[in-house]
Design a protein around this ligand. Structure first.
Ligand code: DLL
Length: 432
């Protein structure tokens, strides 16, 4: 089901016309209301009246996470604070969070794009949608909640955690879809196994997974072990939260809600806009955001864009799965390593469980990287030779993919901490 045919199936020409009109409006609005943007635009000599075509977008300055942090908490508001009804934020790794604000108009847009997301994933009005994203400042909980209500689904506000009760609700209320991080769903699969519950015997068919990077191999693992169709959804607080883009049932790229967010992929080093298909850093401009619009926000997320029409009928551009972030990249003994590369290798190995952690430490001047992987019960209780062979195989495969020799430590099942939300894959102790 396509939730909003008018906007999701627009001709490129009409879409570009709509984007231009909205872009003009948003540049005018922030120039008038937000001193930060006025100064930035003045610095590059662009006045709102200079935006005459969509290509003029490239003349606008970038906005970074740091800019938002510097203007904490509400320095970038473009409406009077009395019009703000809700705030959200991302925790960030250090110091103050980033706060973003929503007016009634923003909450309406958010509900719409999340209803589109759920419909894209295969949900219909009347479905039972179990929402296990965390409720709170994190945008996952309320974002999926508003989308469920707008779609007309029975929306269960479970929030993250309490896995046994999650399974009970799936069984008792007949949830057809579950919304959570892919890593939390893996942990739910385990709990279901412990409770002797097979998802195949329940109504659960759709997983609406996002908020953290996950690999194609992880998707296969999840689908194989649970029978659900695992759909990738993407978003970030600074833009609106979840609802920026989502896969349809073709599972072939995430449809961007381009009537609200203009997407560009840039070279993270030079800032130059890259052609479609090329991997780079995703940049979004919000063209309908009311309370906290952002111009050319650098997400640090790495992906590419494809503007071909999708088999599902939607015409919106699709972004590829986000493989990592520019600030995710680990430099280990001079070699660039993305955690997603490690995940892909591990997920393709039968006896390795999909639970892992990367621990970085420093011995003298040399970095050391240890990859801890859980192995299944059978292998762990088996003879030592099996474990040794598996360890050697993982080491070899990681070496050939990363070009780096790392230590592989096989650990007992269920020893790596499970997360209720975003998984913490990397523990970096090099600075300590
Ligand atoms: O994670 C919003 C969200 C909630 C998206 C629920 C999907 C589902 P933040 O906490 O601000 O917002 O974190 C945003 O998470 O820049 C990406 O690095 C990462 N991210 C989000 N979705 C995906 C995904 C929410 N599907 C940051 N694949 C983003 C990979 C993702 N990374």
């Amino acid at each position: 089901m396509i939730w909003d045919k008018e906007h999701e199936c627009m001709s490129r020409e009409d879409l570009r016309a709509l984007q231009l009109e909205r872009l003009k409006g948003i540049v005018k609005k922030v120039y008038k209301n937000v001193p930060f943007y006025r100064e930035r635009l003045d610095a590059v000599g662009v006045k709102p009246g200079d935006i005459k075509s969509l290509d003029d977008l490239h003349r606008l300055p970038f906005t970074s996470k740091l800019d938002l942090r510097d203007n904490y908490p509400l320095g970038l508001l473009s409406v009077p604070q009395s019009e703000v009804l809700e705030i959200h934020g991302s925790s960030g790794t250090t110091g103050k969070p980033i706060i973003v604000a929503y007016t009634q108009k923003d909450l309406d847009v958010w509900s719409e794009v999340m209803a589109r997301t759920l419909a894209c994933a295969g949900c219909k009005p009347g479905d039972v949608v179990q929402n296990a994203y965390g409720y709170g400042l994190f945008t996952g909980g309320l974002g999926a909640h508003y989308g469920g209500l707008r779609l007309g689904a029975l929306t269960i506000p479970m929030s993250g955690g309490n896995s046994k009760r999650q399974i009970m609700m799936i069984q008792d209320l007949g949830s057809r879809a579950i919304c959570c991080t892919p890593s939390y769903f893996l942990s739910l699969i385990e709990t279901a196994e412990e409770m002797n519950v097979k998802f195949e015997d329940t109504n659960l068919r759709i997983g609406v997974f996002g908020a953290e990077p996950w690999s194609e191999n992880m998707r296969r693992e999840i689908e194989k072990r649970s029978g659900v169709t695992a759909i990738d959804i993407y978003g970030l607080s600074e833009i609106i939260g979840p609802g920026v883009s989502a896969e349809c049932q073709e599972q072939s790229g995430l449809h961007i809600n381009e009537d609200h967010f203009i997407a560009e992929v840039i070279d993270p080093e030079t800032g130059e806009v890259l052609p479609d298909g090329q991997m780079g850093e995703m940049v979004f401009t919000t063209i309908t955001k009311d309370a906290t619009p952002v111009l050319r926000f650098r997400t640090r997320d790495i992906c590419s864009i494809n503007r071909e029409k999708c088999a599902c009928g939607r015409t919106t551009a699709r972004m590829s799965r986000v493989t990592g972030r520019t600030d995710d990249m680990l430099i280990v003994r001079g070699v660039n390593v993305f955690p997603s590369q490690i995940e892909s290798v591990l997920m393709a190995i039968e006896d390795a469980e999909p639970h892992y952690q990367i621990v970085l430490s420093r011995e003298g001047a040399l970095d050391d990287m240890e990859v801890q992987v859980e192995v299944n019960e059978r292998l762990f209780s088996d003879e030592i030779r099996g474990l040794e062979a598996l360890g050697a195989r993982i080491t070899e495969e990681l070496h050939s993919v990363l070009g780096l020799r790392v230590h592989v430590k096989l650990v007992e099942p269920k020893t790596i901490e499970r997360s209720m939300g975003k998984a913490k894959r990397v523990i970096d102790m090099r600075g300590q």
